[in-house]
Design a protein around this ligand. Structure first.
Ligand code: NIG
Ligand code: FE
Length: 410
């Protein structure tokens, strides 16, 4: 079955298959073809080019006059699997409490863990599937999902099984990350060593045995997991073949970037607080820095210094961080707009960061993230828009007409 999309006003992010990520000044360039066609065969992109060379035959033709096509967003950092919500903490913050104070009073991650532990796997699946469907409709075509709201052996496994079931039932690449090291449960408040041992000796072997995760994460932060804790957990996880993607530098800079680079992390995420040493540590590494601007927006914390990172010649990816506490939103369109508005990224940089670099941050550069022959036919058809810069410019508007996953309209 071949489908030919014709008269595309602009086909965005066309790349050769050898481009796995874009860094530094390369991020300013977003390759496009104006007045283009796109040919797909079943679930794969097989050809594209200028309308002057459009092929004549196809099983189905779709006219895209006035509309643009871009690859679906690649959201490389989410916590979509969670139980219930935390809107009371949102109100508490409006009334003056800080995120840290709420966490110290037993709220925050521990509040979500309590809810998740008493939620059945079926109910957790239903709640999570609903969120996944919402983000797909918003143009996300590949997503990473973390555990980390279980914090017991059983509840962490429950979360990861829900992610596995989402993978089986939804038609997009989903990558699972084990984040047992998200917070210390209250019963381990005075026995941190005990919880780290539980992660290393009980959780990790089970995760590996059931093959439930590809990546490992830790919240490396003052008051959470120290650099030394993170070092030990990443080492143990790597002995099971798990690749690190690490929460670092959200509130303080304590060496999280350096320890992640030492372990060849695929990505370091958050990076709201960065000093020169942190940026230098990333130079020459294969680790993708990932910014989460919706989290900065929601918590009113600093934005990741995108300009400093890009001007140092580094790549940068953008993701949502969709979770019940710091970012109850999985909208990548908002992320792209906020990156332009608040982080001074150009539309070209932001779209590169949310597509090809996001794909890299999930080890999916060979499958998604660009309009490339042989990649999955996962793409967004926009409404009629004057330019692609209009996407971040009209923040908050829904400019998506259709989302295609594996060549099929959602
Ligand atoms: O990435 N920073 C750590 N974890 C999540 C938020 C956790 C929560 O508040 O539930 C994040 O922002
Ligand atoms: Fe996160």
């Amino acid at each position: 079955m071949t489908t030919l999309l014709i008269n595309i006003k602009e086909l965005i992010q066309v790349r050769n298959s050898d481009v796995k990520k874009v860094s530094g000044s390369e991020m300013k360039t977003l390759p496009t073809i104006k007045n283009a066609y796109l040919l797909i065969e079943n679930d794969i992109i097989t050809d594209f080019g200028s309308m002057e060379n459009v092929p004549q035959s196809a099983d189905k033709k779709i006219d895209c006059s006035g509309k643009m096509i871009l690859p679906t967003w690649c959201d490389s950092h989410t916590h979509i699997v969670y139980a219930g919500n935390r809107e009371q903490e949102f109100v508490d913050r409006i009334n003056g409490l800080t995120y840290e104070e709420i966490a110290n009073n037993g709220g925050g991650i521990l509040n979500s863990a309590k809810k998740l532990q008493s939620t059945s796997e079926e109910d957790l699946y239903k709640q999570s599937a609903k969120r996944l469907e919402e983000v797909i409709a918003l143009g996300t075509g590949a997503v990473e999902i973390k555990s980390g709201y279980g914090l017991t052996v059983d509840a962490e496994i429950k979360m990861l099984r829900v992610i596995k079931k989402l993978k089986e039932n939804y038609n997009l690449p989903i990558k699972a990350t084990f984040l047992g090291a998200h917070a210390f449960p209250s019963e381990f408040k005075n026995n941190k060593e005990g919880y780290i041992n539980l992660i290393i000796n009980e959780m990790l072997p089970k995760v590996a045995e059931e093959n439930l995760a590809e990546f490992v994460d830790a919240f490396c932060e003052t008051g959470y997991f120290s650099v030394d804790d993170t070092d030990r957990i990443l080492s143990a996880a790597q002995s099971y073949g798990l690749i690190p993607k690490v929460h670092v530098n959200q509130f303080t800079t304590i060496g999280g970037v350096q320890v992640s680079v030492k372990h060849n992390a695929l990505s370091v995420d958050h990076l709201e607080i960065m000093n020169t040493e942190d940026i230098n540590a990333l130079k020459g590494s294969e680790t993708m820095p990932v910014a989460l601007p919706s989290c900065s927006y929601f918590l009113s914390i600093p934005y990741t210094p995108a300009r400093d990172i890009i001007e140092a010649g580094l790549p940068l990816a953008l993701a949502t961080d969709f979770n019940p506490g710091s970012t109850p939103s999985g909208n990548m369109n908002f992320v792209v707009a906020t990156a332009c508005i608040k982080m001074k990224m150009t539309p070209e940089e932001a779209i590169n960061a949310a597509t090809i670099n996001g794909a890299y941050a999930m080890n999916l550069s060979d499958e998604v993230g660009s309009i490339t022959k042989g990649k999955k036919a996962n793409f967004i058809i926009t409404k009629e828009i004057p330019s692609y810069g209009f996407i971040p410019y009209s923040f908050g508007s829904n400019l998506i007409d259709d989302v295609y996953l594996n060549g099929k309209k959602i």
